[in-house]
Write a new protein. Structure first.
Lengths: 318, 206
C-alpha cells in the first residue's frame, strides 16, 4: 500500500528547525524558571519574614522610658525573637500567633498561705507605681538581650496579701487556653506552664512583675499583660502571662524542671560554671552583636543576689 | 525531559537557591534577631534535606524504573556535603570564635556536637571519592561499600538534630521516619533479591 504521508504534508507545513529549537528552548526556560520559583517559594514559606508589632499603648504612670541605644536590644528584636511554647516552639512563631491571646479582662489570683487572699484585675495592678528596670536577660539557650522593662517589685504585691510564716515558696501559673494555644503534645511540655521561686527570691528587690517594655504595654509574645522577671535566672524562670500566684510551704513544680530535671534545675541561676548538654553556658550570643561574649555569674547580678545562696553548692542546686 | 546536561543544570541552580536567599537576607540584614543561629540552623536543615534526597534516589529509581535518576545523585550528595561544610564553618567561625579549644570542649561536653561532627567527618571521604577517577581507582564494588557510609552520616545527622531540640521533637522525628523508610526500603530490597536468587552451590567454572 502506498503511503500518502510524504505527499500529504506540504513542505511549508513542516515546522522549521529554528521554531522547533525555539520551542525547546522555551520549554527549558520555563522549567528552569518554574522550578527556581518553586524552590524559592518553599524556602520563603519555611522562613516567613517577621511581622511588625502593633502599636501598643503607653504606660501611664511611668516616670522614665528608655530610648533605644547601643546598650539596649532593639524593640523589634525583643518582640520578634521569643520563647513562648504555648504559641509555637520556634522563636519566630510567638510574634505571629500570640495575637490570639486575649489580655482583657485579665485576673490574677493571689492565694495560698496568705492572710488576705485576693484576685486582682490587671487594671488595678497597672495602677501600682510603675518603674523602668533595664535588665540583662539570659536565655538558657545561650542568647541574651538587654531589656527596658516597666513594672513593679513583686514584693509590693506579696506584701499586700500578707504571707503567713509558713509560706516558703511562691508558685506561678501561666494562662492556658487550648483553643488558642498549642497542645502539650505539640509543644512537648505540660501546660499550663508553671514556675516557682523561693520566698526570699520572690521578695528580692530585683524581682519584678513586668507590665511593659520600652515604656509601652507588653506585647502578647512577651507575656502580656503581666509577667515575672527574675534577671539573675535563666529566662524560662520569668514566667509569662501570669494568672495565679500561690504561696506554698514546699518547693513547687516548674515546667522545664519536670520535663528534663537533669537539664533545668529548680533554681536555674545563670551560672557559667554549670554546663548544659546542649548549650555552652560559659558564653552567650548577645542579640544584635556579632560573635559571643562571656556569661557572668548570676547574669552580672552577683553583688545583689549571691548572698541568697550562701553555703549552697550551686553545682548541686543548679 | 531526557536532556541530562540541562537537567543537571536545573538541579544545580535549584540547589543553590537556598544559599542565594540566605546570602541575600544576610546582606539586607533580614535574618531575624539572631542571624548566626538562623544561618547555622538553616544550613544544618539543608544538609539533612540533601542527604535524604540523595538517599531517596535508589528507591525512586527502582520504584519508577527511571534509571537515569542516578545521574543526579553525585551532585545532590555533594550539595549535602557543601551545606554541611557551611554549617560547620559558621558554627566554628562565629559561635566558637575560631577557637579549636572551645570547639573541642563543645564536642566533649555536648553529645549532639559529637554526633554532628562525626557525621560531617564521615562525609569527607565520600566527597573526596566522588569523582569518576576515584570510582575507577577504587573499583565499583569497593566504592559502593565505602559509600554505604552515607547511611551513617544521615543517621548521625538526624540524631544530632534530635538532640539539639528542647521538647519540640516532632520535626526531628519526621526526619527520622523518612530516613527509616529509606533505609528500610534497602533492607527490604536486599531480602527480596536474596529470596529471588536461587541458592545454587557455587561451582567452579572449570
Amino acid at each position: 500500500m502506498q503511503t500518502k504521508q510524504s505527499g500529504s504534508i506540504k513542505s511549508s507545513e513542516i515546522t522549521p528547525e529554528q521554531t522547533y529549537l525555539n520551542r525547546r528552548n522555551f520549554i527549558k526556560a520555563a522549567v528552569l524558571a518554574g522550578t527556581t520559583f518553586a524552590t524559592a517559594g518553599v524556602y520563603r514559606w519555611l522562613n516567613e519574614p517577621p511581622l511588625a508589632v502593633a502599636e501598643l499603648d503607653k504606660i501611664e504612670n511611668l516616670k522614665t522610658a528608655a530610648e533605644p541605644n547601643n546598650e539596649i536590644t532593639a524593640y523589634e528584636k525583643i518582640t520578634g525573637y521569643n520563647n513562648f511554647y504555648e504559641f509555637g516552639t520556634d522563636k519566630y512563631s510567638p510574634a505571629r500567633r500570640a495575637a490570639k491571646l486575649e489580655t482583657r479582662p485579665w485576673m490574677i489570683e493571689v492565694a495560698g498561705l496568705v492572710q488576705k487572699p485576693k484576685t486582682f484585675g490587671i487594671e488595678e495592678l497597672l495602677k501600682f507605681e510603675q518603674e523602668e528596670r533595664i535588665y540583662r536577660f539570659r536565655c538558657v539557650e545561650g542568647w541574651s538581650m538587654v531589656i527596658p522593662w516597666a513594672g513593679f517589685p513583686l514584693k509590693k504585691l506579696l506584701d499586700s496579701v500578707e504571707p503567713l510564716g509558713k509560706a516558703k515558696y511562691v508558685a506561678f501559673e501561666t494562662a492556658y487556653n487550648p483553643k488558642t494555644m498549642l497542645s502539650s503534645f505539640s509543644a512537648g511540655i505540660d501546660f499550663p506552664y508553671v514556675e516557682g521561686l523561693r520566698l526570699d527570691e520572690a521578695l528580692h528587690p530585683l524581682t519584678i512583675l513586668a507590665t511593659g517594655l520600652y515604656g509601652k504595654l507588653l506585647p502578647n509574645q512577651n507575656g502580656a499583660p503581666i509577667r515575672l522577671v527574675v534577671p539573675w535566672k535563666y529566662g524560662f524562670k520569668s514566667i509569662k502571662s501570669v494568672v495565679k500566684i500561690n504561696l506554698v510551704e514546699n518547693e513547687p513544680p516548674a515546667t522545664w524542671n519536670l520535663s528534663a530535671p537533669k537539664e533545668y534545675g529548680f533554681y536555674s541561676n545563670v551560672n557559667p560554671a554549670v554546663q548544659h548538654p546542649r548549650w555552652s553556658q560559659a558564653r552567650e550570643q548577645r542579640i544584635g552583636e556579632f560573635g559571643t561574649r562571656e556569661t557572668l555569674p548570676f547574669n552580672g547580678y552577683a553583688d545583689e543576689v549571691a548572698h541568697l545562696y550562701e553555703g549552697m553548692d550551686l553545682k548541686k542546686y543548679f | 525531559m531526557q536532556d541530562v546536561k540541562f537537567n543537571k543544570f536545573v538541579v544545580f541552580v535549584n540547589s543553590l537557591i537556598p544559599l542565594t536567599l540566605l546570602a541575600w537576607d544576610a546582606v539586607w540584614r533580614q535574618l531575624g534577631a539572631n542571624p548566626t543561629e538562623f544561618a547555622i540552623r538553616t544550613t544544618g536543615f539543608l544538609t539533612l534535606i540533601f542527604l535524604l534526597i540523595t538517599l531517596s534516589i535508589t528507591p525512586l529509581r527502582k520504584l519508577t524504573g527511571r534509571n537515569d535518576l542516578i545521574k543526579y545523585r553525585r551532585m545532590l550528595g555533594l550539595f549535602a556535603f557543601f551545606y554541611g561544610a557551611l554549617h560547620l564553618s559558621i558554627y566554628f567561625a562565629i559561635d566558637r570564635n575560631l577557637s579549636f579549644t572551645s570547639a573541642a570542649g563543645d564536642i566533649v561536653q555536648r553529645p549532639f556536637i559529637a554526633f554532628g561532627m562525626t557525621a560531617f567527618f564521615l562525609m569527607i571521604p565520600l566527597a573526596v571519592t566522588s569523582t569518576n577517577g576515584m570510582i575507577k581507582r577504587l573499583g565499583g564494588k569497593r566504592w559502593q561499600q565505602l559509600h554505604k557510609l552515607t547511611y551513617l552520616c544521615a543517621i548521625g545527622g538526624v540524631i544530632h538534630y534530635y538532640l539539639i531540640v528542647k521538647s519540640d521533637v516532632l520535626m526531628p522525628l519526621a526526619f527520622a521516619a523518612v530516613l527509616a523508610t529509606l533505609l528500610g526500603y534497602r533492607v527490604y530490597a536486599a531480602n527480596q533479591k536474596a529470596a529471588q536468587t536461587p541458592v545454587v552451590p557455587k561451582q567452579s567454572k572449570f
